[in-house]
Design a binder for this molecule. Structure first.
Ligand SMILES: Cc1cc2nc3c(=O)[nH]c(=O)nc-3n(C[C@H](O)[C@H](O)[C@H](O)COP(=O)(O)OP(=O)(O)OC[C@H]3O[C@@H](n4cnc5c(N)ncnc54)[C@H](O)[C@@H]3O)c2cc1C
Length: 379
């Protein structure tokens, strides 16, 4: 039976990132993915932003924002064909819950945490408001700043391609079905195959606890929170808009996506890990869009596509949008098992580095001081 240093379950952004970091350090790595290709679940259903997360400043998640902005800089450097800078606009109305000074303070803090890499923040002059397409009734200010966008599926596939170029192996259409832990791990798969490994990383996204259960491995208490997006057949506006949903004050994005307009997202707590957008979420997003862009009104028949993804958030009594977005880990068997809970597309590389640090005591003998992924261009 073939033996690997490391087997990674899941070929979303986290599985791909861990495989890349491990292969760069000379470990023999196998990635197991039950779908037919990489990034077929959460990692293709995100808002496609490579960002620090301006709104996380409201919940004082400064470390997370700082880390994500650092990773944004690295991605702009290592994957300029996949990650691009975009202009973001925040309109403030007389009725907005967040006042101009609050937005300005947030943007100054965001710029500071970015080490100055967030391009000049400022106000859009009123004579330019019309060109943005926004509702101008009771509009008092429009702030502008720079952040970044990507194609999440293409990014994930590029990270996995980087891992395979460093000799990681990948098996698609293969689900993990059994785990036995003796000296190392013996893994059995849905296709009847089996392998052995010294260490195991569980990057199964919303299914992380399901995979942990297979081997009586430790689990974290989590909530599944669905986020839905709609793609409107409305030609893309010249920038990204960060608006406040009139219904409940939540932050919602209106973004250019493949020439059309992407609106998202919602936050609905599920009792299962499978994403499935509801009519109520679609109506909510359409109402947010029409509130801000009445001159470009869209109806349900203008919807080109609807997609949803599921976040893993620590279980907590707070509303989903007030909870920590820090990645959590579960470890076991003397650091030979790591489970990844939650996380951001933007910070996948930092997450992978942390996982590798956790595995280092167990795999040190097989590791070489390989290339840091911080300087590795993506294909
Ligand atoms: C609505 C929404 C919007 C978001 N927007 C952003 C954003 O704009 N920017 C940002 O930085 N982050 C964003 N995020 C967060 C980011 O998208 C996720 O953290 C990230 O994609 C999770 O990736 P993952 O690899 O952990 O999980 P996934 O991408 O879900 O991958 C897990 C993989 O494991 C596989 N798997 C499961 N069980 C098994 C098994 N038994 N055997 C084999 N394979 C298995 C699945 O098929 C899947 O491919 C968003 C998240 C959501 C939900």
């Amino acid at each position: 039976m073939k033996t690997y240093d490391l087997v990674v379950i899941g070929a979303g952004i986290h599985g791909a990132g861990v495989a890349q970091a491990a292969a760069a350090r000379g470990l023999s790595v196998l990635v197991i993915e039950r779908r037919e290709a990489a990034a077929m679940e959460t990692s293709r259903a995100s808002s496609k932003l490579i960002h620090g997360g301006l709104r996380y400043l409201e919940t004082a998640q400064f470390r997370l924002v700082y880390e994500c902005l650092r990773e944004q800089r690295l991605l702009l450097q290592n994957a300029p064909h996949l990650v691009r800078r975009s202009d973001f606009f925040i309109p403030v109305y007389r009725s907005s819950r967040r006042h101009s000074w609050w937005i300005y303070l947030g943007l100054c803090c965001y710029q500071l945490l970015s080490g100055g890499s967030i391009s000049a923040i400022g106000k859009v002059p009123p004579q330019r408001w019309e060109s943005l397409g926004l509702n101008r009734d009771d509009l008092v200010a429009v702030f502008r700043y720079g952040d970044a966008q990507t194609d999440d599926q293409a990014l994930t596939r590029a990270v996995l391609a980087s891992a395979t170029s460093l000799s990681a192996e990948v098996r698609f259409n293969t689900a993990l079905s059994q785990v036995a832990h003796e000296a190392g791990y013996r893994l059995s798969f849905s296709d009847g195959g089996a392998v052995q490994c010294r260490a195991l990383v569980n990057a199964a996204g919303p299914w992380v606890n399901e995979v942990a259960e297979l081997a009586a491995l430790p689990r974290q208490d989590l909530d599944w929170v669905q986020g839905t997006h709609i793609v409107l057949r409305q030609p893309a506006f010249p920038g990204c808009f960060y608006v406040e949903a009139p219904q409940d004050g939540r932050a919602v994005f209106v973004l250019p996506w493949r020439g059309l307009t992407l609106v998202g997202t919602t936050e609905v707590i599920l009792d299962h890990p499978q994403a499935s957008p509801t009519q109520a979420e679609i109506d909510y997003l359409l109402a947010v869009y029409n509130h801000y862009f009445p001159a470009h009104k869209c109806e349900s028949w203008d919807i080109e596509e609807v997609f949803a993804g599921v976040r893993v958030l620590p279980r907590d009594s707070r509303q989903a949008n007030r909870r920590s977005r820090e990645t959590l880990y579960a470890t076991a068997h003397n650091g030979t098992y790591v489970g990844i809970y939650g996380g951001k597309l933007t910070s996948y590389r930092a997450t992978a580095d942390k996982v590798l640090q956790m595995l280092t005591p167990a795999l040190r003998d097989a590791m070489r001081p390989g290339t840091s992924t911080a300087e590795l261009p993506l294909p």
